[in-house]
Design a protein around this ligand. Structure first.
Ligand SMILES: [Zn+2]
Length: 225
């Protein structure tokens, strides 16, 4: 089973490293290059990687850290056009991007393709993680929580608000642990949103109920039940 890591950035780097060390085969998906501003929080990269494709530099770093690990690289963006091909053979996917449109797309594709998803996001000192999958327990998905993307400019992106490298490490490790649980068939965390605030130290768990009218999971959940 392959874990598909979408976005090899602040969250993708620590998630991939934890999964590689756990012996999980990886598929890295990103269409960007390593920039100097990435280095404080994107722990797979060093100054010698500047200008290299992130998937290439990331895979090389993982193989150095974990000799023998299986790492596929796809130099592409996760879109509605590429999603199906990117998930062939996948046992789980991790949304490690900082794009709102990708969060909704990954959520919807998860139900369409039957591949469990670990959602993750980080902003400033805070972050959140939520495992998402088809279930018959009434557990909700990302679209149950946020029906649709907000208008452009309403929510600040990481590039605008800043991100603490340590928050990426904490959230990325949590995402990897949830991916390992899903790969092991443990779906008990599905539908629970965990928020982490590294400044206050608060960790909160919120059970997200499934919305019958949800465009992504409503029909899927009823089909399973
Ligand atoms: Zn839903």
């Amino acid at each position: 089973m392959i874990a598909v890591v979408i976005g090899v950035g602040g969250l993708g780097c620590p998630s991939a490293l934890v999964l590689a060390r756990a012996g999980i085969a990886l598929r890295l998906v990103d269409d960007d290059v390593v920039e100097r501003s990435n280095l404080p929080r994107q722990i797979l990269f060093s100054a010698s990687d500047l200008g290299l494709r992130k998937v290439v530099a990331g895979a090389a770093s993982l193989v150095r850290e974990v000799p023998g690990v299986s790492v596929e690289t796809v130099d592409a963006r996760f879109t509605s056009a590429t999603a199906a091909a990117l998930l062939v053979g996948a046992g789980v996917m991790l949304d490690c991007t900082d794009r709102l449109e990708t969060r909704f797309l990954a959520n919807d594709v998860s139900f369409a393709a039957g591949v469990p998803l670990v959602h993750g996001a980080v902003l400033g000192w805070t972050g959140q993680v939520m495992p998402i999958a088809k279930n018959s327990r009434g557990a909700g998905c990302y679209r149950c929580l946020f029906e649709a993307p907000p208008a452009e400019g309403i929510v600040p992106r990481c590039a605008e608000a800043g991100v603490l490298g340590a928050a990426c490490g904490a959230v990325g490790a949590k995402m990897a642990s949830e991916a390992l649980r899903l790969l092991a068939g443990d779906a008990s965390g599905v539908g629970t949103l965990t928020t982490i605030d590294l400044r206050s130290g608060n960790v909160r768990r919120i059970d997200v109920p499934q919305e019958n009218q949800c465009a992504a999971c409503g029909t899927a959940v009823r089909a399973v039940a």
